[in-house]
Design a protein around this ligand. Sequence first.
Ligand SMILES: OCc1cccc(Br)n1
Length: 456
Amino acid sequence: MSGTSQGRASAAVAQSKEKSTGKKEKLDLKPPKGTRDFYPEDMRMRNWLFGHWKDVARLHGFEEYDAPVLESEELYIRKAGEEVTQQLYNFEDKGERRVSLRPEMTPSLARMVMARGKSLTLPVKWFSIPQCWRYERMTRGRRREHYQWNMDIWGVPGIEAEAELLSAIVTFFKRVGITSQDVGIKVNSRAVLSEVLTAMGVPADKFAATCVLVDKLEKVKLDDIRGEMQELGLTDEIITKLVATLSIKDLDALEQTLGNGSKALAQLKQLMEYAEAYGFRDWLIFDASVVRGLAYYTGVVFEGFDRKGELRAICGGGRYDELLATFGGEPLPAVGFGFGDAVIAELLKDRNLLPNFDNNKVDVVVFPLSPSVYASAAAVSGVVRSKSISSDLVLEDKKMKWAFKHAERLGASHLVIIGEDEIAKGIVQVKNLAKGEQVEVEVSKVSDFIAEQLAS
Ligand SMILES: OCc1cccc(Br)n1
């Protein structure tokens, strides 16, 4: 019971409703606004998706980590005006601490890496699939939570780390049947803008906020944010040069702007060469307008997109070498990406690439013909389970017809029928539901018999 006056008031209202009608106020059965229930049929799809994410992470030698969904709010207090920090699901807890449901995983990861400090063996290649939260006024009916596959490499300053992460993204797409005709990955580097803005005298401490504003140009017109750019000290001349830089179409044109001594250019060229070597060059597109919306990116950034242009970004990431420094720690090179569960689900549905998810699929149903043999049925269930054969034990006094229907519903391959006469003889009836054959099997041999049948 909530100790707050508001909590007591709402309990009183509910009670008064109950008194006046005598009926209990019916509970609202919907999940909280912006959140989802995952019924078993939903979990089959989610487990399939997460299973691919975990497989791909392991194929790339990554290890799984996790962190609390609740973090200190200060992890996310950044002054760059990002949407993700303006929509924190934050509150003051009963200990008067300012906390927040995590809107992203990277700050938690940075906190964990920083906590281990020099004791951490580098490079770190870690992945996680956290549920992340935002509190957005539900004007647009958008969700407030999603699951986001995170893959990060810490301690590798070279572009090889970005190439490995792009390999993981492409490996996932290929595993689920998505091709480079369906999806592309836009690639750029914030170092491009940094070189241009630095050359024009823009102070480094304006860079992150400038990038956050530039990212908004995907959705709003330049004139809608020109004022904010000017507040950052960007003159019209700088804004014009900035916009011209964003529209550069290829690396040759980029060389014209940055010169052939540019580090940003060299890294992008090297990344494209590695992509050729991995065999996923055709997935990549240089796009100078991509900067992503998180303040802490400092180098290469990338985002997966559907080539039909119907969906929001599928995934995105980039290099964030200075994040630990913003937490008061020693800088450590880092690059990572986030891959949400919502847009990919829409894409897979649109492309008809979602498999038919099997039903519950147990191997056998163990069916006691009467309550008097329930204990024997439970014993048989235990034995088959000890041999890693999944068993649905019928818990109530049911008819044979129900048991057959139940076994069919569960996709079971065998029905193990336990009767008084059979138990007296130390046997059970095992019916192979596909072949329709029924045989008597000694109780002690049931699990081996079924294991052989399942293996054949
Ligand atoms: O993509 C940003 C974001 C963060 C948390 C939750 C959701 Br839904 N979306």
